[in-house]
Design a protein around this ligand. Structure first.
Ligand code: EPU
Length: 336
């Protein structure tokens, strides 16, 4: 059922006010294909969990909310399982399901907001693990032909917060389901990032299970990242910039404290949070738009901020950081 003039406030985790000219929620593939076939001239904006968007205006045309559900084991061996998850499933519910079944591989990605279908779009990642590490394949509908096409990992061209669906195929496909390859035994734990090991040892755990790792990740996230249900936000607002080693070395002359991470290909990843904090923005607030006080990479809505106000704050951060460090931060969040 198509609804006119639908408020999108509850459909974006920033919680900003915005209206869709028309809104429709789709629950299965057949309905999805039929909808695109019947609406070839209208502008259609596909919405997942709304956790990686900033709405700076009202949206004209049709906003289509993906609500395909289902989690199913499609292949299994004594060591591994392939799980097929429909695009509308909440990502954290998938993590919880895997913890319950003792399927390993996504425990470091606990508590990331959003839906399964949008996870490959930007190759979600946290605490040393990215979706691509467990990704087997996905099925996506070609918006123009309404055909369902298969994409393996290579076809998705995953990179840091990147995939073919954000680049060459932007707005051309709707991801319908994703297959994850997970371990049933001998889980390969990733414990090296940040304070995971410290949190585990503080709890007296020296032989952690995937549940222990997820619990550690959840406690780290809760200590730094605001819960969107309480304080509107979209996680990291910008991507961490990747710059040439030479440029990083030059910056270190003036900023010896600059943290750098080797990307393995002669480049350096710089924490955008450090740049923003050093530029003086951590905890900054302008009206109801602000920079989170515990994590400078997260912009927040204290209540009544508009998307345009949050975007203005983001732009002033981009300008200041560029002036001070010569690096232009790029949004990780999709701006509408
Ligand atoms: N830092 C600061 N000030 C801050 C926060 C961090 O200087 O206020 C510096 C510190 O040097 C710290 C470094 O930034 O060591 C890295 O911080 P953190 O571990 O919190 O991670 P991040 O690089 O800011 C990335 C992801 C997050 C993910 C975490 C943990 C991006 C854009 N963000 O953030 O992902 O949870 O690592 O793996 O890559 C998201 O994508 O929405 C997201 C939250």
């Amino acid at each position: 059922m198509i609804q006119p003039n639908k408020s999108l406030q509850a459909y974006n985790t920033f919680g900003v006010a915005s209206t869709a000219e028309f809104f429709v929620e789709i629950f299965d593939r057949v309905e999805l294909a039929a909808f695109f076939k019947a609406h070839t001239t209208e502008q259609i904006t596909v919405l997942g969990g709304g956790s990686n968007i900033l709405l700076t205006q009202n949206l004209s045309g049709i906003v289509l909310k993906i609500s395909l559900t289902g989690i199913e084991v499609v292949e299994e061996s004594p060591q591994e399982v392939i799980l097929e998850v429909q695009a509308g499933e909440s990502w954290h519910d998938v993590v919880s399901y895997c913890l319950d079944q003792d399927y390993g591989g996504i425990e470091n990605l606990a508590l990331i907001p959003g839906q399964m279908g949008t996870a490959p779009m930007q190759n979600i990642g946290a605490y040393g693990v990215e979706l691509k590490d467990v990704f087997d394949s996905c099925v996506a509908m070609n918006r123009e032909t309404q055909e369902f096409e298969y994409f393996d990992r290579e076809a998705c061209a995953f990179g840091y917060r990147e995939s073919v669906f954000k680049q060459k195929l932007k707005n051309k496909y709707v991801i319908c389901s994703v297959r994850l390859r997970l371990t049933k035994t001998n889980h390969r734990l990733t414990l090296d990032y940040g304070s995971i090991k410290d949190v585990l040892s503080q709890s007296g755990i020296d032989n952690p299970s995937i549940r222990d790792v997820a619990a550690a990740v959840i406690s780290i996230r809760q200590s730094k990242l605001p819960d969107p249900k309480i304080l509107g936000n979209s996680g990291s607002f910008f991507k961490n910039p990747i710059i040439a080693k030479k440029t990083a070395d030059q910056l270190k002359v003036n900023y010896p404290q600059l943290p750098t991470y080797d990307t393995g290909d002669g480049q350096q990843k710089i924490p955008a949070a450090w740049l923003i904090e050093t530029a003086g923005y951590k905890g900054f607030r302008q009206g109801d738009a602000g920079v989170h006080k515990h994590q400078a990479l997260v912009l927040v809505n204290y209540g009544q901020a508009t998307g345009a106000e949050i975007w203005r704050l983001a732009q002033s951060i981009q300008d200041k950081v560029e002036k001070e460090f010569g690096i232009r931060l790029m949004p990780e969040v999709n701006i509408y």
